[in-house]
Write a protein that binds this ligand. Structure first.
Ligand code: FUL
Length: 514
């Protein structure tokens, strides 16, 4: 039940059997409406929302959670040398894509359902894809667009055009820079970060890679430079720059502060995968990028000290950069679906790398795979087969329609079904109004109230009794159960264990598009 409007008070009463909604306007039925308004105020006052449980997400994290699926774009001199890690001595002249097309790249991403793209503006080799003021080891010295090109600009503009968010990867390890390992390089790194965060519009994510192999060209020194990961980069100061220039940007690293590395590059999150996390350092040191027990990122930490959800970064090919020899090793649509269910479907986000080839375009084989993957993905989730079902629950918080079980069916992650504080193991039943065939169940918790559910199960009605077919632990942003198609006219969500009265934003059914 909600009050809204300024000059005209409108009262919506929801939660009647069948989920109907009645709206009555003051201008037509003033007296009756006023009594409904008073009644609703009394009701709303008596049913307080549940207290949040444990560590909570920030507003910027909540917005990021809604994205779920984004793309990575690995592109640099490696594309032209056939390497994965350039040594840092590559001539900028070799960077010369013959048909660079940022709109093609963004279009492939958008059509498959991605919500953003993160570009490797500078990888470990130090070559800059934008004309940085602080080095000439960049596109300025490339024949591409006569040295006047700016890949970062073109990709950021293409993203804007395609309705995608734009993010940046700036490798802390720089095998080209003469000062790498000394304080002057950290200043250089921060200046470059400022350039990227100032000149290219809104940035949704900044990716801080923890990789450091030690050896490199380093201005001709050709040596191995070891740095102390825990102190060298001064991460606290660097992170402040991001907060200052792009307060809405999410920062990724082994330890967040906003998003954590899932701890593998194979394309899966753990089971369970908690959004809460207590990072642990290596070698008795404090955790920081490059010095964390990152393996623990797969599962996160139940009741962890911070909200740092996992991101699953993985490439559509064996390598992060384009190599012709991998043209026939592009992941299949089947495999991409599997990745999606094992990342997004476990409460993490999926960051799938699409490396442009030497033309500067996504190769035809990758495009074909993405197109079919997108068709299946979008087809699968286009329709919630539970919508219109009759929802009932063993308990509804204060019997208040605001917390009614129908809230799990409205496709809105900001409304939720919730129980009284003392009810930790309730059930929610959906009567589907006839046999319905589905193969995917989608669950979401209402994240602003924290991770409340520890264990859940879903049953189907079969031959006069309930039969369990799905069982799991963490839900968080999303849990997707995927199985063989089954048909029933009734399903039931059972919360088996919860730390606080559950707040469930979604209980949806889908049939996977084949
Ligand atoms: C790693 C890097 O070393 C790879 O080259 C790639 O950029 C991947 C996303 O992160 O740490």
């Amino acid at each position: 039940m909600r009050l809204s409007g300024r000059t005209q008070v409108c009262v919506s009463v929801t939660g009647f059997p069948g989920g109907e909604c009645v709206s009555i306007c003051q201008s037509q039925r003033k007296g009756f409406d006023m009594s409904i308004a008073i009644l609703s105020l009394l009701l709303a006052a008596s049913v307080t929302p549940p207290q949040p449980y444990g560590t909570l997400p920030t507003e910027r994290q909540l917005q990021w959670h809604a994205l779920e699926f984004c793309g990575f774009v690995h592109f640099t001199t490696n594309t032209f040398t056939d390497k994965e890690w350039g040594y840092g001595d590559e001539s900028p002249e070799i960077f010369n894509p013959t048909d660079f097309d940022a709109n093609q790249i963004a279009g492939v991403a958008r059509d498959a359902g991605m919500k953003g793209l993160i570009l490797t503006c500078k990888h470990h080799d130090g070559f800059c894809l934008w004309p940085s003021k602080f080095t000439d080891h960049s596109v300025i010295q490339s024949p591409w667009r006569d040295g006047k090109g700016d890949v970062v600009r073109e990709v950021s503009q293409a993203c804007e055009k395609s309705g995608l968010r734009f993010g940046v990867y700036l490798s802390p390890w720089d095998r080209n820079h003469a000062e790498y390992g000394r304080p002057a390089y950290v200043d250089y790194y921060r200046q470059q970060l400022r350039e990227l965060l100032t000149n290219y519009g809104p940035i949704f994510e900044v990716w801080f890679d923890g990789a450091n192999g030690g050896d490199g060209w380093y201005g001709g020194a050709k040596e191995t430079r070891k740095i102390d990961q825990s102190s060298y980069y001064g991460w606290d100061e660097t992170w402040k720059i991001v907060r200052e220039l792009q307060p809405q940007a999410m920062m990724f690293s082994d330890v967040g502060p906003d998003i954590r590395w899932v701890g593998n590059e194979k394309g899966y999150a753990g089971e369970p995968c908690w959004a809460t996390y207590t990072p642990e350092g290596r070698d008795g040191k404090a955790p920081c990028p490059g010095l964390t027990l990152y393996e623990k990122g797969e599962n996160g930490t139940r009741n962890g000290t911070q909200w740092i959800p996992a991101e699953v970064d993985v490439s559509i090919r064996p390598g992060w950069f384009y190599h012709k020899k991998e043209d026939d090793k592009v992941r299949t649509p089947d495999n991409l679906m599997k990745l999606y269910f094992e990342s997004v479907g476990r409460g993490a986000s999926l960051l799938l790398n699409l490396p442009p080839d030497r033309r500067g375009r996504i190769h035809e084989n990758d495009v074909a795979s993405m197109r079919e993957f997108g068709r299946r993905l979008n087809g699968t989730f286009a329709k919630d087969l539970a919508q219109g079902a009759k929802a009932s629950a063993s308990n509804t918080r204060g019997n208040d329609p605001q917390y009614a079980p129908t809230r799990t069916l409205d496709g809105d992650r900001n409304t939720y079904w919730c129980t009284d504080d003392s009810t930790l193991t309730p059930e929610l039943t959906l009567e589907l109004g006839g046999p319905v065939q589905f193969s995917v169940v989608s669950l979401r918790e209402y994240l602003p109230l924290g991770l409340r559910v520890d264990e859940w199960a879903v049953d189907r009605w079969e031959n006069g009794k309930w039969v369990e077919f799905a069982h799991g632990t963490s839900i968080g942003n999303r849990h997707l159960w995927r199985g063989e198609p089954l048909t029933t006219d009734k399903v039931r969500l059972r919360i088996v264990k919860a730390a606080a009265c559950p707040a469930i934003a979604e209980f949806a059914l889908h049939l996977e598009t084949k």
